[in-house]
Design a protein around this ligand. Sequence first.
Ligand SMILES: *[C@@H]1O[C@H](CO)[C@@H](O)[C@H](O)[C@H]1NC(C)=O
Ligand SMILES: *[C@@H]1O[C@H](CO)[C@@H](O)[C@H](O)[C@H]1NC(C)=O
Ligand SMILES: *[C@@H]1O[C@H](CO)[C@@H](O)[C@H](O)[C@H]1NC(C)=O
Length: 382
Amino acid sequence: MAALFLLLLSAPLFHCGSVSGPLKLEPLMLEEQLLWVNGQDFVSSYRIPLLTFTPKGSLLAFAEGRKMSRSDYGSKFIAMRRSTDKGATWSPMSFIADDDRSEQDGLNLGSVVVDMDVRRVILIYTMCFHLHGCSTSSTMMVESKDDGLSWGSPKNLSAQIGVKNFAPGPGTGIQKRHDPNKGRLVVCGHGTIEGDGVFCILSDDHGKTWSNGAALKSIPYNQKKRQQDFSPDECQPVEMPDGSIIVNVRNQNNYHCRCRVVARSRDGGMTLPIEDVFFDYELVDPVVAAGALQKEGVMYFINPSNEYKRVNLTLRWSLTDGNSWENNTVQIWAGPSGYSCMTSLDNSVIEDKKYIYIIYEKGHKDSDEAISFVKIHLFGGR
Ligand SMILES: *[C@@H]1O[C@H](CO)[C@@H](O)[C@H](O)[C@H]1NC(C)=O
Ligand SMILES: *[C@@H]1O[C@H](CO)[C@@H](O)[C@H](O)[C@H]1NC(C)=O
Ligand SMILES: *[C@@H]1O[C@H](CO)[C@@H](O)[C@H](O)[C@H]1NC(C)=O
């Protein structure tokens, strides 16, 4: 028993080919539950789900509560639920921030990033992103020092990084675990519709100060777009085992393909060189925010896998750092499905090596009817 335990600790957990190891990578949907449903608590709709692990091994789920309408504009609050038992049960909803606006453009989520060095959870969101009835866009941050139980008051980062229109994520930011720039916080997002592109902000002091990093700008930049222009948009960064950062990006105007744009930074998020940008034809996409995750040498990707419609939420995985994808996939939901986000718990506990966790927008008629949580067993439930 002890020997098996040691073997499990030291050996990679997945095996492909004919040599069958102790556990074969065979993702299986184990549990699903709805965390928010439209109309619940008199809120018009819940959208833009984020999911993260915490330093203590809890899970935190976030969503925009759109008070009056389903629109991207308008008044909203940030809703959160917390699970301390790996997603089995969830706390009642708590409120992290409320924009208290009635007519004007309110807040929008967002990117959540965990700093393991100082054991804090940081949430970055935007105010007045669409400049709808307000004239200045701001990047805001709230943080929790107690594993998501309580949150400080929102801090305005615009004095440090400027008042540009920056919509973080939606998804997770990363803390670099490898060189270069080990320990750095990297949060990527996108710009306005005309001034679109992928932009990253960086912090080397655990979120105290932030600066502007990489910019992969749309073409033509700051000008009206047409179909098939290059317009990289909502994005999810992932750190690879070699310390580079892969950013998986929404291809807003279907430039070159109806599939995902992939960019890469080898300097800790300072640049996203055009030479490293490619189009992943296997990851067909209806223009949406998607999720990506790196765990134990396997890269996972989730999106509504359809060229035209937000349906068919599908989990894929790659044993080659995203250079190719396995032929097997897991369909999470055949019907309408929209934005999604993934996380996993710390790898130092055997039990935590077995699962990844997904949150996504789910519906029967439209994709934005509810926010659903899914627990995936990576090794066929064994
Ligand atoms: C954030 O700060 C900027 C300037 O530093 C200011 O223009 C903006 O109004 C502030 N935003 C909020 C929501 O307080
Ligand atoms: C769902 O996704 C799978 C995997 O990409 C694909 O083979 C299938 O055609 C898709 N179905 C629909 C209805 O989009
Ligand atoms: C996946 O399917 C393609 C086409 O059928 C085949 O060429 C390829 O070898 C398969 N890949 C794996 C890893 O099985």
